[in-house]
Design a protein around this ligand. Structure first.
Ligand code: PDD
Length: 279
């Protein structure tokens, strides 16, 4: 099997030949941002929205956007591999500085890296287990930063407890998953926490909100307390790589009747249809 090609600073290289300096600030400080862009049937899904979020993340860390949409498309398209569902991982760091110093270097060229991977088929239909954990992360969760130590420690704690994801609780309210946004069905209304610096503005979250609105499902962007979450009839986790994941057990207790819910089944159908239309 030929090794997959990745993009690094203007070149396409076999993965094993793509190397960065140990002085890269992404390596030393996690000083960078990233995107995960799904592609279905060879077409990038919601590309504009992902690039807009990338631009917001770059602005937030005071880096400028190196390419326009057409240039990004030229860079990313050749990375797409055979297969139905894939995703592009795209990372931009502040680049290689002359020495390790927390402050920004005066001159530095951003490191741009991208690769494509298959999206592993996931057992959506049966639902997954989640636990709630204290949201111990920082106050800039709206930036899609590579600095993910908080998220990975929380996700690992969930895995260690036999769960697929941690739902994070801050001051008594759900923020998001360790690597996903959260939705709950409460009194037949689909509810998701409003955008703020405490959550990532998920692209899948946006698609679901649009689909709910166009199809006449009741939806509210509203804070969800832990007690409300515990009494929800359905809980979902959403992300670009896992789409809409129904949670059937929260902290070892069944969510609703412990089965995948009807609202999820409806939304899942809308989402799959939408993917087909835009791909
Ligand atoms: N993560 N919140 C967090 C903290 C995330 O890391 C993610 C996605 C989301 C969902 O965003 P989107 O719908 O745009 O994928 C929410 C990606 C998949 C990752 O880090 O691999």
């Amino acid at each position: 099997m030929t090794e997959k090609k990745v993009y690094l600073n203007g070149e396409y290289l076999p993965l094993s030949e793509a190397k960065i300096s140990v002085l890269d600030r992404g390596f030393l400080f996690g000083d960078g941002v990233y995107e995960v862009i799904p592609a279905y049937s060879g077409r990038l899904f919601c590309l504009e929205a992902h690039l807009q979020r990338l631009s917001n993340s770059l602005n937030a860390i005071r880096l400028s956007v190196p390419f326009d949409t057409a240039q990004w498309l030229d860079i990313l398209q050749p990375l797409l591999i055979e297969g139905d569902a894939q995703y592009i991982y795209l990372q931009i760091t502040r680049g290689v500085a002359g020495k390790r110093d927390h402050a920004f270097p005066e001159q530095c060229e951003a490191t741009v890296f991208a690769m494509c991977s298959a999206i592993a088929p996931f057992e959506h239909q049966q639902g997954v287990k989640a636990i709630t954990l204290d949201d111990v992360r920082w106050q800039l969760c709206n930036i899609k930063a590579t600095t993910l130590l908080g998220n990975i420690l929380l996700r690992q704690q969930a895995i260690d407890s036999g769960c697929v994801e941690a739902i994070l609780i801050k001051d008594g309210y759900a923020t998001e998953g360790a690597a996903s946004n959260v939705f709950a069905v409460i009194d037949n209304v689909l509810v998701t926490p409003p955008l703020s610096n405490e959550i990532l503005p998920g692209i899948t979250r946006d698609v679901i909100i649009d689909l709910a609105q166009t199809n006449g499902l009741s939806l509210r962007e509203q804070a969800i307390s832990l007690e409300t979450l515990q009494s929800a009839s359905e809980i979902w986790l959403t992300s670009s790589t896992r789409e809409i994941l129904p949670v059937i057990t929260l902290d070892n207790k069944p969510v609703g009747n412990g089965q995948v819910g009807e609202v999820w089944q409806t939304m899942q159908q809308f989402f799959q249809d939408y993917k087909r239309v835009v791909s």
